[in-house]
Design a protein around this ligand. Structure first.
Ligand code: ADP
Length: 218
């Protein structure tokens, strides 16, 4: 059985999730309180329903309990986001993924049992900032407040050198955990093989160490 997803709140974030999952062939139930929004969304998702997610009975009636993952993508109305999350947890949804607009909102969501809290604007802002430092930075994923993973194209100074020669671990206190060559992942990466132009390094480390590395190899 493929996973079934319900997405509540069809703003910019929620509708992007719903559209992508539908394009990937997954069944999606889209919920929004706004009728016009639902009309629009119904052109690309399996089921689109107009409902107020803070109405527990309405959620029950929709059979929300049958979904493996429910995403709460309500941003502006923080109260509705919190109430909805609470209702979903009370109904026993195994995995709730909830958008937070700020740290306090995120903290409350965690306290009431949200399984994953996401901060789309903050995360995208960080990614763009890293990309601005160096066009070699492809992606940046925060693991915790102190640690991250960076995907970085081999820069000019790296090409032709092996990981042993670059000595990233000793010099920058970071670990290269994988090298992507086209679609191929090399895990663990070879210490001796020289890096090539289109190689992408996946590096894990402390934020401060990664920043030094990024600036050095920008
Ligand atoms: P974004 O920043 O991703 O565009 P918004 O907060 O602007 O997110 O959009 C949230 C969406 O959630 C809107 O389409 C709104 O109609 C919907 N929404 C807000 N509260 C509820 C609710 N209680 N039940 C269902 N949908 C809601």
């Amino acid at each position: 059985m493929r996973k079934q997803f319900a997405i509540i709140g069809m703003g910019r974030f929620g509708s992007a999730i719903a559209k992508t999952l539908s394009q990937l062939g997954f069944e999606v139930l889209a919920i929004d309180q706004n009728e016009d929004t639902i009309q629009e969304v119904s052109t690309y998702v399996t089921h689109a329903v107009q409902a107020d997610s803070t109405d527990e009975e309405a959620m029950r009636a929709l059979g929300i309990r049958n979904f493996d993952v429910v995403v709460v993508a309500i941003g502006e109305d923080i109260q509705a986001s919190i109430l909805t999350t609470l209702i979903l947890k009370e109904l026993g949804i195994a995995t709730t993924v909830v958008k937070a607009v700020n740290d306090l909102h995120g903290k409350v969501l965690k306290k009431i049992g949200a399984d994953k809290v996401v901060y789309p604007e903050r995360d995208m802002g960080q990614r763009v900032a890293h990309h601005l430092i160096s066009s070699n930075i492809i992606d940046y994923i925060e693991l915790s407040a102190d640690y991250s993973i960076v995907e970085m194209k081999a820069s000019k100074q790296m090409i032709g050198k092996s990981l042993r020669q670059l000595d990233v671990r000793a010099k920058y206190d970071c670990n290269v955990i994988a090298i992507k060559q086209n679609e191929k992942m090399i895990i663990p990466p070879s210490a001796e093989e020289a890096l090539k132009q289109e190689d992408i390094l996946v590096i894990v480390g402390k934020n401060s160490s990664l920043q030094t590395l990024e600036v050095t190899f920008a």
